[in-house]
Design a protein around this ligand. Sequence first.
Ligand code: CAA
Length: 241
Amino acid sequence: MSRVALVTGGTRGIGAAISVALKNAGYRVAANYAGNDEKANAFHEATGVPVFKWDVSDYAACGEGIARIESEIGPVEILVNNAGITRDAMFHKMTPQQWHEVINTNLTGLFNMTHQVWTGMRDRSFGRIVNISSINGQKGQMGQANYSAAKAGDLGFTKALAQEGAAKNITVNAICPGYIGTEMVLAVPEKVLNERIIPQIPVGRLGEPEEIARCVTFLASDDAGFITGSTLTANGGQFFV
Ligand code: CAA
């Protein structure tokens, strides 16, 4: 039987491309989503990928959702922590709620999800965790103190956990996408996007979700077993680490 892959935020944007790429690579894929039933149902209709609704910032809900997937499809061997939100505001205008919502989803969500598949991966001596961080966790971004902090935290989480998982054949890696042409990026004010962001991308365009999905497929594969704790940067040359 092929391996089971779970993609959080897997019905829209980069996550949808990841779900489809993993399915096309032969995995049995489950896609989690938090809120948009209409988009999730349309995604399911178009791809056949089963969709499961819960909020990754809720630890108990993650446990229940994963238990359902494991009983219906099988043990999760590949976890892609992709779900993420923005609540952009200049720091002097940022509310505690904007801070906490982003930290709870984009950073604590990784704990909530990974913690619940970790013991099973250890027991089976195989696992692949791929965390979708961001260029803005590497370089920081004005208007995103919350998001940059969470995404930088994702990289620390990745490196720590990689060391713990290595002896059990569990790899933990991060991908840092640059600006990709998704609803999240297209929600940035047009003037800011066109005058401030795209001119900073040497390849001269936004990335495509499929370009990130191909990175995930590689890191999830058996071929990538010697790669752990790494950060794969895919940003069109906008920032070098
Ligand atoms: N890069 C460079 N300059 C930026 C910028 C950015 N990303 N975002 C804002 N600025 C500049 C604006 O151009 C503006 O400069 P001027 O005063 O010289 O015109 C200044 O900062 C203040 O911006 P606003 O006038 O827009 O201020 P505001 O209070 O109305 O809004 C904001 C602030 C909500 C942060 C808004 O500017 C914004 O949404 N900016 C985009 C922030 C951003 O890059 N978010 C990334 C979202 S995509 C994502 O997160 C995915 C990923 O991983 C890459």
